[in-house]
Design a protein around this ligand. Structure first.
Ligand code: SAM
Length: 269
């Protein structure tokens, strides 16, 4: 079914971005998404906790890039359906003049992109639809080149994205993006792993596969390789809830198995 703008929302099929929205308590999901999400919850009951932990890492890593490292340009690939606070809201709360470009390959995210475009008047936000497996289509997109200055550091976020890419695609995309960014840029990654709950992660991965989405959870050393050549900042590549936790964060009482993700922030020398 198409929406008013002609976007095919494929409402009859479960979709990972809308399932993630369901885990986060959002309303941008349909019966097919909820049906598969319920199956995923049977396979991996902590999925909503994992989604919240992941989202909070995005907030903390963005705050760190803006407030501690002074970065004013952000590129977020695999943005997902808007969930407040979105990355630009976090960045512009620290530095209102921040310029933020969002990219996702999913027309459903495009259909909801208006919420991502409500920038602080001092800064700017932009959205482009492109596939991370073709990094050049992102890097050369006029929306991106019009918004970001590649002579100044850029904070790149690949949050809960790379486990949807094959080994070759993930490696090629990360290498290409890293090469394009200037010194002082950062890379934030969060990524699913089987390290803490191999059986649960295998079950939920199989559920996604049955719904047509392939997920490649990776071991810690495989994820660490994505940062190759860049300085991984303290506290390193850690279970996501351990990455500079806020003292009052309610997800601080969860377990590593519940999140089943790693996260890190690295800086280009
Ligand atoms: C689990 S959501 C994560 C959303 C957000 N980054 C967060 O962490 O809250 C994954 C997003 O990655 C997007 N995605 C998956 N494969 C992609 C690809 N090849 N290129 C661009 N985006 C992709 C999906 O459409 C979805 O919106």
């Amino acid at each position: 079914m198409n929406d008013d703008s002609g976007v095919d929302l494929a409402m009859d099929r479960a979709h990972s971005a809308r399932m993630y929205d369901f885990y986060l308590g959002g309303i941008t999901n349909f019966p097919a998404d909820r049906e598969t999400a319920v199956q995923a919850l049977q396979a991996f009951p902590a999925a909503p906790i994992a989604a919240r932990i992941n989202r909070r890492f995005m907030h903390r890593a963005t705050r760190c890039a803006a407030a501690e490292l002074g970065i004013r340009q952000f590129l977020d690939i695999g943005t997902g359906i808007p969930t407040s606070p979105n990355l630009h809201e976090v960045a512009q709360q620290q530095a209102p003049a921040s310029r933020v470009v969002y990219a996702d390959n999913d027309p459903i995210v495009l259909a909801h992109a208006q919420a991502l475009l409500r920038s602080h008047s001092d800064g700017t936000t932009a959205y482009l639809q492109a596939d991370a497996r073709d990094a050049d289509s992102i890097l050369t997109h006029p929306t991106l080149t019009g918004a970001l200055d590649f002579n100044r550091p850029i904070a790149l976020s690949l949050i809960a994205l790379l486990h949807f890419l094959s080994d070759d695609d993930a490696r090629t995309a990360v290498d290409r993006l890293k090469a394009a960014l200037p010194s002082g840029s950062t890379l934030a990654i969060s990524h699913a792993t089987p390290d803490f709950d191999p059986e649960g992660v295998a079950r939920v991965t199989a559920t996604y596969a049955r719904a047509g989405t392939s997920v490649r959870a990776r071991a810690r050393d495989e994820i660490e390789r994505f940062f190759g050549g860049w300085e991984i900042l303290e506290p390193g590549l850690v279970p996501t809830r351990h990455w500079r936790p806020d003292p009052d964060d309610p997800t601080g009482t969860t377990t590593d198995a519940e999140a089943s993700t790693y996260a890190a922030l690295a800086r280009k020398p």
